[in-house]
Design a protein around this ligand. Structure first.
Ligand code: IPE
Ligand code: IPE
Ligand code: MG
Length: 247
């Protein structure tokens, strides 16, 4: 086991996948799986707070999910608006600082107002930063950052792009978990997960529980993060964090 990483990952990112299959297996409509997914997220947030995770970033709705049947898309929008009203006061009491990451154009006025209000209401909280990626795509994020820099006449360097991206307020994810058994990124955090450790869980998102979170954390702790160096350099203590200077 790599002693250098026997620590709780500071930033965990999760592709919350498998809601639809969870519902279908129970002969329920797919939206029932998404509703159950909100419960699973609440439980996961609490587990992260309890374990001292600093940042949790979750993929809730991708730029490509608009291509689903209209009734599923509208169901997901309704669930989001409902969850904002219901969950934000509780999350705030638990010390969670909320950020919504993604394209807001195309979302309803009510939804955008809900996102802004939730961010304002929780801005002073410090226990856990929860980034909810909604109408998010990794390619959108990179392209938008580049467009912003171009507009301001700034050079397209790694450091400038990094600062212009949607997760500039947090360090890169240490551990990226995907539930639901698929082993792909599906356009999540393409830039930021350059050196994330990946953990694929066969659990469907509604079944993802603190024990499975611990399994992901244990897998992370067993990895040796080398950031391009040799194993000998890492064991000699020359650092397990990316001391790479962004150009
Ligand atoms: C993830 O679950 C939630 C969203 C993409 C909104 P899915 O709805 O993709 O569930 P499966 O993959 O079809 O089981
Ligand atoms: C990724 O899951 C998006 C979210 C979890 C929000 P998908 O179910 O949309 O991914 P694909 O289509 O299987 O790649
Ligand atoms: Mg899916």
């Amino acid at each position: 086991m790599a002693s250098s990483s026997l620590q709780i990952p500071h930033h965990i990112a999760i592709v919350m996948d498998g809601n639809g299959r969870w519902a279908t297996r129970r002969f329920l409509p797919r939206v029932a799986g998404h509703k159950q997914g909100v419960e699973s997220l609440r439980r996961c947030v609490k587990a992260c707070v309890d374990r001292g995770v600093g940042v949790l970033t979750v993929f809730a709705f991708s730029s490509e999910n608009w291509n689903r049947p209209p009734e599923e898309v509208s169901g997901l929008m309704e669930i989001m608006v409902g969850a904002l009203a219901r969950e934000v006061p509780k999350l705030s009491r638990d010390g969670v600082q909320l950020h919504f990451v993604g394209e807001r154009a195309g979302l309803s006025k009510k939804m955008v107002q809900g996102l802004v209000d939730a961010e304002t209401a929780t801005a002073q909280n410090t226990k856990l930063i929860l980034n909810v990626c909604f109408n998010y795509g990794g390619r959108w994020d990179i392209a938008r950052a580049a467009a912003r820099l171009a507009e301001q006449g700034e050079a397209l360097t790694e450091a400038n792009l990094d600062r212009a991206m949607a997760l500039a307020h947090v360090p890169d994810p240490d551990l990226l978990i995907r539930t639901g058994g698929e082993q792909r990124l599906s356009n999540f955090l393409l830039w930021q997960s350059a050196y994330a450790e990946l953990f694929f869980s066969d659990k469907l998102w509604p079944e993802f529980d603190p024990a499975e979170l611990d399994a992901g954390i244990a897998a992370f702790q067993a990895r040796e993060r080398r950031f391009g160096k040799t194993s000998a350099q890492i064991t000699a203590g020359s650092g397990s964090s990316p001391d790479r200077q962004l150009a």
